[in-house]
Design a protein. Structure first.
Length: 153
């Protein structure tokens, strides 16, 4: 008899202030991400801002899905980028996102457009948890390009 899979799971991070204008997020697995605060002063530490983190998470989440699906179809990109944008309301706090755009850019020989489209669709509709969460805030529009290896985007 197999064990029943739990219906819910908490995810937990510890985020620590560095004493200046940076924040360090550490996952339960020990992975670390540096975030920077507002200000833009010359001594700011490099890092993604907290409001950019959901965009990075959505891009990373869908990239994992798309690569996995393409590899199962024996499609092997040599490089892969996702350009992600979020439109924020800036007229009053909180400055929330209400619209998103993602452009998938894949490089490789023999990549099949139909397989790329299907992989993106499956990620959007079935697998990407971050995208599903952000889709509740507003529409996510996607596009893609397939380029030969070495060509600039």
């Amino acid at each position: 008899m197999s064990e029943e899979k739990p219906a819910f799971k908490w995810k937990e991070l510890l985020v620590s202030w560095d004493g200046e204008n940076g924040y360090i997020a550490k996952s339960e697995s020990g992975a670390v991400t540096v975030m920077m605060g507002k200000g833009g002063a010359p001594n700011d530490k490099p890092g993604i801002t907290p409001t950019e983190m959901p965009l990075a998470g959505m891009a990373g989440c869908t990239m994992v899905d798309v690569l996995s699906i393409l590899n199962k179809k024996r499609q092997y990109p040599t490089a892969f980028d996702v350009k992600v944008r979020g439109k924020q309301r800036l007229t009053e706090y909180p400055y929330f996102y209400y619209e998103f755009e993602m452009e998938y850019i894949l490089w490789g020989e023999g990549l099949v457009a139909k397989d790329v489209e299907q992989a993106i669709h499956l990620s959007e509709e079935k697998y990407c948890s971050v995208g599903a969460t952000l889709a509740k805030a507003g529409p996510i529009r996607t596009s893609y390009r397939i380029l030969p290896p070495g060509e600039s985007a």
